[in-house]
Design a protein. Structure first.
Length: 643
């Protein structure tokens, strides 16, 4: 269906294909006004949870001992107002089911008992991280409550506290500002979310974690990825955080000129940050173009109604399979007309994603109509209702045939919720980019998750008093702040370790062992800092889980390496006592004996002959003579044969 000149798109951005990830330059992102900030969540390595004495880090994949059903309801803030996110979650009418295992959860987490005092080890770990980030440490830790009405925390709120503010980390020739670092309790693990029922496991609930929030100082998606890696390595350098799947999670905040801050949650890995933020910048620019088109057409928020028309009679007997099946199961079919939106619902907002998906997401999340497709559009060029059926639907809505009509189906209550959300999203389109929290999707795009929370979700905790931080406690933590990755690099350069080894070791878990052993190296020995770094980074080298587990073994081994009693190859074997190096005379005798045992004639090709000789001598010499020396002897022997 062709559009009249009144409804033809005029914004050049909306008429062109979206630029693919990796095709825009830094100047292109500057023209968009791209800005990005990060929120890095990292679990702390403690034995207990934050506000109770349940074990931390113990997961139950399949077994549970009990189930609890909850319905979440919003509460008033200190100012007597409701948070918009809480109200949105309340509209979903979700049943929340918790799967409990007696080994990992207690009555505190079900809000049936008061909290214990904050775990001291977790608090010390968060203070150490604040110092690593160069933050100003607070003098008192004030615990607050942050509402979570999605059910991920059974109490309906998360206990959280700021421990440091106004830090920074170096990035190139400038710094990235750290707005704050907080300590808080982790949420449940989601098992499923279908219709009006959401299921969680509670084993992760209450585990202590730190949240590091940067200012929006990243100017390109590539910078966002790079800064995320810096913060990741920095967190690990403190030795106080968990590692592995699920131990760290990151959210990104993105905006462009004329847009607003959009939080993308659940970013699976830092490698995905670039593509996700690129696509979100494109989405915001497309939404701004749609806003301009609506303004040109005279469409305002006030002109959009949430009128729902029951069109079940008009579509009964349809050949459209998914609608026919829903009607057969008792569903009601409703229609919402959007005058003035001609041609806009098909506009690309992200790769393989049109503006229509913004409406589908709202219907899926808030009306809980999550079996896709969950709506149909009269002007969309995909199989749905027949042209005659769409004509009857348009007449029932009292609009012209070219006016977009969205059809939804489900229970009466659900389609009424859906119609209101369609109208809300259409009104938001007249304003530009709505304030939302969005979910990272596997294909690098994002979808609606909830309304962006505001300050009304935070209020003081009345169960726990402030925690004063004594100077002696803060000074003791400051005394054990380790070198940061960029400070490690400076130290390695001073030790004349090569650039590649330095870059790897500065962010490797073997650093603590290197720092402990480096002081034992002689200043003029053949086994120097570079050789030690190379040894520790070799995949074959045995490394302890922690520095305390190293014991005297590594010290003894490094002393032996420094004075030449053993060679690095002997350490790779992982034996309790590395094999002592042979003196050159004894090694040469074993070398000659091994060669004498070779069958005649040897292969004529030089490389095959060398391979045969190496295979004969190494069983007797491996780990006892440097491989480079054996290779030299073989080359000399081959040269004698050729002459």
């Amino acid at each position: 269906m062709s559009l009249s000149s009144q409804y033809r798109l005029t914004d050049p951005w909306l008429l062109q294909p979206l630029p693919a990830w990796g095709t825009l330059s830094d100047d292109d992102y500057a023209a968009l006004g791209f800005r990005c900030g990060l929120e890095i969540h990292q679990q702390l390595l403690t034995a207990r949870k934050l506000f109770c004495r349940c074990p931390a880090g113990r997961y139950n994949r399949d077994h549970h001992d009990a189930e609890i059903l909850r319905h979440m309801r919003p509460t008033l803030s200190e100012m007597g107002e409701y948070d918009g996110t809480a109200l949105m979650e309340f509209k979903t009418r979700k049943e929340i089911v918790y799967l409990l295992n007696r080994e990992t959860v207690c009555t505190y987490e079900m809000d049936d008992a008061p909290p214990f005092e904050m775990d001291d080890l977790a608090l010390d770990g968060s203070l150490l991280m604040a110092m690593l980030l160069g933050c100003n440490v607070v003098s008192e830790v004030h615990i607050t409550r942050k509402q979570y009405l999605d059910g991920s925390i059974p109490t309906g709120f998360q206990r959280t506290a700021i421990v440091g503010t106004d830090g920074e980390v170096p990035f190139g020739n400038r710094s990235v500002r750290i707005r704050q670092i907080s300590i808080e309790e982790d949420s449940c693990r989601e098992v499923s979310d279908r219709g009006h029922r959401r299921v969680y496991r509670t084993d992760r609930l209450g585990m202590p974690l730190i949240e590091t929030v940067t200012d929006p100082d990243m100017r390109t998606p590539q910078e966002a990825m790079a800064v995320g890696q810096i913060l990741r390595f920095l967190a690990r350098s403190g030795g106080m955080v968990r590692t592995g799947a699920g131990a760290a999670r990151q959210d990104v905040n993105v905006s462009v000129t004329g847009g607003t801050r959009i939080e993308i949650k659940g970013v699976p890995s830092l490698r995905e940050v670039g593509r996700l933020t690129h696509n979100e910048a494109l989405r915001q620019r497309s939404l701004l173009g749609i806003r301009g088109e609506l303004a040109r057409r005279g469409v305002t928020a006030e002109s959009i109604t949430d009128r729902l028309v029951d069109v079940t009679p008009q579509v009964r007997g349809t050949a459209c399979g998914f609608i026919a099946q829903a009607v057969a199961q008792g569903a009601v079919v409703g229609a919402c007309a959007l005058p003035g939106f001609q041609g806009l619902l098909d506009v690309s907002t992200q790769p393989r994603t049109s503006f229509l998906k913004e409406f589908s997401d709202r219907v899926r999340v808030i009306a809980c109509l999550d079996e896709l497709p969950n709506l149909a559009l009269s002007t969309q060029n995909v199989p749905s209702l027949s042209s005659a059926e769409w004509e009857r639907v348009s007449k029932a809505c009292n609009v012209a045939a070219d006016v977009p009509v969205i059809v939804v189906w489900g229970s009466r209550a659900d389609i009424e919720t859906a119609s209101r959300e369609i109208a809300i999203r259409a009104r938001d389109a007249t304003l530009g980019v709505p304030n939302e929290t969005r979910q990272a999707l596997d294909d690098g795009t994002n979808g609606f998750e909830r309304i962006l929370p505001g300050a009304d979700r935070m209020y003081p905790d009345t169960d726990l008093p402030p925690i004063p931080l004594a100077d002696a406690r803060v000074d003791a933590i400051a005394a054990r702040v380790p070198l940061r990755p960029w400070e490690r690099l400076e130290r390695l350069r001073a030790l004349e370790v090569g650039a590649d080894l330095s870059a790897r070791l500065s962010r490797h878990r073997a650093w603590d062992l290197f720092a402990h052993l480096e002081g034992r190296l002689p200043t003029d020995g053949a086994f120097d800092a570079a050789a030690l770094a190379s040894l520790l980074l070799d995949r074959s080298c045995p490394r302890p889980a922690s520095l305390s587990a190293a014991g005297p073994w590594w010290e003894h081994t490094v002393d032996a390496l420094a004075c030449g009693r053993v060679i690095p190859e002997a350490v790779w074997s992982g034996e309790d006592e590395p094999t002592a190096r042979l003196d050159d005379g004894e090694a040469r005798r074993l070398f000659e004996d091994a060669l004498a045992s070779l069958p005649n004639p040897l292969p004529t090709a030089a490389d095959k002959r060398a391979h045969a000789m190496m295979g004969a001598v190494m069983p007797a010499l491996r780990g006892r003579v440097p491989g480079s020396l054996v290779r030299r002897w073989i080359d000399e022997t081959l040269a004698e044969v050729r002459s």
